[in-house]
Ligand binder design. Structure first.
Ligand code: ZN
Length: 220
């Protein structure tokens, strides 16, 4: 498996609890410090069961999921995070049947989750700018048609995946559907999702590694 460098155990350590998932969303929403949108106070606490963060001064609750692919979900965030992991870690693309068994949801729910994840892959605004060390790789989703595995497999949609690596801390991942894995699409992906001067590590395609090197230079 090359799509994600993160192992299953590492993912479990990072996103194994609702609290940890909510924490990751909090970091994504307020990259530096929580700020209450109502009173401007800079301290709040997470209410993971409500997928929100409550201001410790005025008690206003800010949704952590609005504007993300988890918007108005009733499912535990851990199931969503596992769905992302399973989608991104299987080059052949996980089927709804398999996902439904793995995260213990109905087939209909699994279909809905996979559709949302695929939409998010191609939707810039719902994807996160990533910091720290980022690992980038390509993966193929969709289609269960048999064929040669890897790049260029018939009926598959290539996607690019970047995963934030903060060592022991939680990170985030970005995925985007591309027409093909080329120098150009990888460069665009890097520019769109990664901060300038970003250190990128990739042991995927040589072209990805090259782009990784060029991305160390600030984007004009
Ligand atoms: Zn407040």
């Amino acid at each position: 498996m090359r799509a994600l460098e993160t192992s299953l155990l590492d993912w479990q350590k990072r996103y194994g609890t609702e609290e940890a998932c909510a924490q990751a969303l909090t970091k994504q929403r307020w990259s530096e410090r929580f700020r209450c949108p109502r009173c401007g106070h800079d301290h709040g606490y997470i209410i993971s069961t409500r997928h929100s963060c409550e201001c410790s001064k005025c008690h206003y609750q800010t949704s952590l999921t609005s504007g993300t692919l988890f918007h108005s979900t009733n499912l535990p965030l851990t199931k969503w995070f596992w769905a992302i992991y399973l989608s991104a870690s299987d080059k052949g693309g996980i089927s709804a049947v398999r996902l439904s068994k793995q995260i213990e949801v109905s087939w209909i729910t699994a279909c809905r989750i996979l559709r949302k994840i695929r939409i998010a892959m191609g939707h810039r605004d719902s994807i996160y700018r990533l910091h720290d060390l980022i690992e980038i790789d390509d993966a193929l989703v969709g289609g269960r048609r048999s064929g040669k595995r890897g790049r260029g497999a018939e009926g598959k949609t290539p996607i690019l995946v970047a995963i934030e690596n903060r060592g022991k801390c939680a990170g985030f991942i970005a995925m985007q559907q591309v027409s093909a894995v080329t120098h150009e699409t990888v460069a665009k992906f890097v520019q769109c999702h990664l901060p300038p001067s970003q250190l990128v590590r990739s042991d995927a395609l040589a072209s990805l590694t090259e782009i990784g090197k060029t991305s160390i230079m600030p984007h004009g």
